[in-house]
Design a protein around this ligand. Structure first.
Ligand code: BG6
Length: 473
């Protein structure tokens, strides 16, 4: 490992999303979003999206960790750790409760004013994802969500309101969380149900096109409103290795990665590559793409690439190879060289260095590691601090390899935000038990607990990491 340091303006911090933390699902004029109709699942058992809110069903996101009311205490704790930035998202239904209104909900806007002001009070830069895994339920029911072109206008209207309102408060934006997840989990990513669809891929890739056009229009608009904005895309980085050195396995692995570069190529370069066009033809997907769309994609390319990186996978051309391990969105063959988390995610710190190199070699755009962390069961004894050495071990290895990517390989990494810097509701399982935080929240999978916050051992460790700009891991 190198002893060189990261740039002094490196953006250290933490990340959460609105729907997994805020709670207050029906306060302040907020409408219902898809995250509000997701039940609690668990490891190996998916969450169910019910038809509206049902009586006697527990919905973990309804209260979540009550960040909506407790954010001053939480931001103070982030400041104590020395955060330079804090990534969160906007709950679309706080701003437009249905999604297709012409006028925004002032109470929702005022909440994010208070939140951003609180961050700025401590010199913490807000980093805002505009849409993170929640879609207004009304838009799902009335329009079929992102399968409808009208969604572009609704989303761009939301962006315009946000860009104007927070013009001087927020500089760093991302248009969609993990845009490449739309084809893996269309309901969580975009509110699209494909169960009844005749040609599900047609629906998903059309919806993806609308999202990417919406993103490109938002980027152009954002630049007009404030030329200093930095507006990024965000993808789940799905690092995978070929199982053997056979050319067939390597071709399969390349195809596997191509499914994801499909999205970043369009958002970074501004057009569908020849390979993407061939891919669509092969799958008999025919997209509604207008000349204006093409122009927008070209003019609305992003300023940086945000990534989530948690694990790596292995691929094989041999369909018989079925020893599967699962992440929340992807699965693959088990890697004998790696350990797994309690949720079977393969832990691969060095993979982060490889991922950063692949992306930077391809695009030469700054990269922001906006999600990385370990979901684990923490043992909490009354009056004692959580001793989460396993989390420190995971994070320190990933950070060390990220620093190598910067100082040894020359990759331009803007910042690093620990996912779930405070315990929150898991996106894939709805559990509280799957904790990522450096701060413990007293809340269980039945929705019981005081919601009190307590510093974990990793809290003090991360504080030193930030203070030393990554030198003390
Ligand atoms: C990412 C999402 O996929 O992974 C987050 O952007 C999510 O919203 C995180 O919480 C961790 O996944 P999970 O399913 O363990 O919460």
């Amino acid at each position: 490992m190198s002893t060189e340091k990261l740039p002094d303006d490196f953006l250290w911090g933490g990340a959460i999303s609105a729907n997994q933390s805020e709670g207050a699902w029906n306060e302040g004029g907020k409408g219902i979003s898809t995250a509000d109709i997701a039940t609690a699942g668990k490891h190996g058992q998916k969450r169910v999206y019910t038809d509206g809110i049902l009586q006697d069903v527990y919905y973990p996101n309804h209260e979540a960790i009550d960040f909506y009311h407790r954010y001053p205490e939480d931001i103070a704790l982030f400041a104590e750790m020395g955060f330079k930035c804090f990534r969160t998202s906007i709950h679309w239904t706080r701003i437009f409760p249905q999604g297709d209104e012409m006028e925004p909900n002032e109470e929702g806007l005022a909440f994010y004013d208070r939140l951003f002001d609180e961050c700025l009070k401590y010199g913490i830069e807000p980093v805002v994802t505009i849409s993170h895994y929640e879609t207004p339920l009304y838009l799902v029911e009335k329009y079929g969500s992102w399968t409808d072109r009208n969604m572009i206008d609704f989303y761009v209207r939301l962006c315009e309101v946000l860009f104007r309102r927070y013009r001087t408060k927020v500089k760093y934006w991302m248009t969609f969380n993990e845009i490449n997840v739309i084809t893996l989990n269309p309901v969580i990513a975009a509110g699209i149900r494909i169960e009844q669809a005749e040609h599900p891929e047609q629906l998903m890739y059309q919806a993806a096109h609308y999202q990417m056009v919406a993103s490109a229009r938002a980027v152009q608009l954002g630049r007009e409103i404030n030329p200093d904005f930095k507006i990024g895309m965000m993808m789940l980085y799905p690092l995978s290795y070929a199982e053997t050195c056979s050319p067939e396995d390597n071709l399969e692995n390349m195809h596997n990665m191509d499914l994801h570069y499909y999205f970043s190529d369009i958002q970074v370069r501004g057009y569908y590559s020849p390979k993407a066009i061939k891919f669509l033809e092969r799958r008999q997907i025919s997209l509604d793409i207008t000349p204006q769309d093409k122009q927008d994609l070209l003019q609305g390319t992003v300023d940086y690439i945000g990534i989530s990186y948690y694990m790596s996978l292995v691929t094989s051309a041999n369909p018989e190879r079925k020893i599967r391990v699962k992440g929340n969105m992807l699965d693959g063959i088990a890697n004998p060289y790696l350990e797994k988390s309690a949720w079977d995610w393969q832990i691969d710190g060095l993979g982060l260095r490889i991922a950063l190199n692949y992306l930077y070699d391809r695009y030469q755009l700054p990269i922001f590691v906006v999600e990385n962390g370990l979901g684990a069961v923490d043992e909490k004894r009354e009056g004692e601090m959580v001793q989460d050495d396993y989390r420190i071990d995971y994070l320190s290895k990933h950070i060390a390899h990220m620093i190598d990517a910067v100082v040894l390989d020359g990759v331009d990494v803007m910042g690093y935000t620990v996912w779930g810097c405070i315990d929150l509701v898991s996106a894939s399982t709805g559990e509280m038990k799957k904790r990522y935080g450096l701060i413990y929240v007293d809340r269980d999978d039945q929705g019981k607990g005081t919601l009190n916050r307590e510093r974990k051992k990793s809290f003090y460790w991360y504080k030193k990491v930030i203070a030393s700009n990554g030198a003390m891991l």
